[in-house]
Design a protein around this ligand. Sequence first.
Ligand SMILES: Nc1nc2c(c(=O)[nH]1)N[C@H]1C(S)=C(S)[C@@H](COP(=O)(O)O)O[C@H]1N2
Ligand SMILES: [Mo]
Length: 314
Amino acid sequence: MSRKPWIVPDREITDESVYLNRRRFMKAVGLGGLAAGGMAALGRGVFERALAEEPLPALKAARNPAFADAGRPLTDPDLALKYNNFYEFTTVKEDVWKVAKDFALDPYGLEVKGLVEKPGTLTLEQIEALGLEERVYRFRCVEAWAMTVPWTGVPLKAVLEKVGVKAEANYVWFHSFLDKKQAPGQRSDTYTWPYYEALRLDEAMHPLTLVVTGVYGRRLPPQSGAPLRIIVPWKYGYKSPKSVVSMELMAEQPPTFWNDEVPAEYSWLSNVDPKVPHPRWSQASERVLGLDEERATLPFNGYGDQVAKLYAPK
Ligand SMILES: Nc1nc2c(c(=O)[nH]1)N[C@H]1C(S)=C(S)[C@@H](COP(=O)(O)O)O[C@H]1N2
Ligand SMILES: [Mo]
């Protein structure tokens, strides 16, 4: 039977009743830590099925109990890891995982430069040593689809504190990899490669902003932005750059990829906002991968209690 990979009958997605019952049970007996472990195990079990051909190395990290419940069931990795935006490989979302299958950046290091006390290149090990944890976040693409995913990573704040941010720095500019041999999309000049994104320093230092090296309890697969990406859960997906190789601390606001391409459609800040429609579609609701019905889009993707203050009029 053939079907679109992102449309699956409800019974095949992450077993919500098991998940919810376990969570209720754990709440009742007050074992938040154990609940986190149990759900991580469930996520990993499903992941084995998604990438059974070539499982990636496990990436062990305790689930942060403050981010164990995103208010929605985890998206089945069969959906989350096979429906991607990664234009360096292909613009066909269902094919990214196939086209990117053999992609690797090896050796890998994250270059940190610009207005920092200690410029240089950090290894994955150095970054992960800053305190790897797992967090379940909602994720919202500007195209109005959404998923709920357990990321493994380190707060970007910890990385910035390690390198020491100079007082003049106001922004962080990220660059993704450039490798035409590995990335067919980069052989065309439709877009300006490599991909670049940016955050204000207060956004970068916000405790929700993560440097991510794993998903579903394993190292990031190529299609998810291996070996390291940024995740900013209150902004549209394109503000979460994949396969990032450098980070520059700057005084002036740097340009960003989609804002440069189509400024009328993609703002520089791009906070999730149900009230501001995209010129070509509404942002009031979203299609959650694996769920049948649309869900209301929440301001700041539901993280407003934590981030709205960043944007309050001064
Ligand atoms: N380097 C790079 N990063 C990128 C993109 C991209 O094309 N290239 N697409 C963005 C968009 S539009 C989204 S929605 C998310 C998708 O992440 P996912 O495939 O892991 O769901 O990655 C973002 N980061
Ligand atoms: Mo997106």
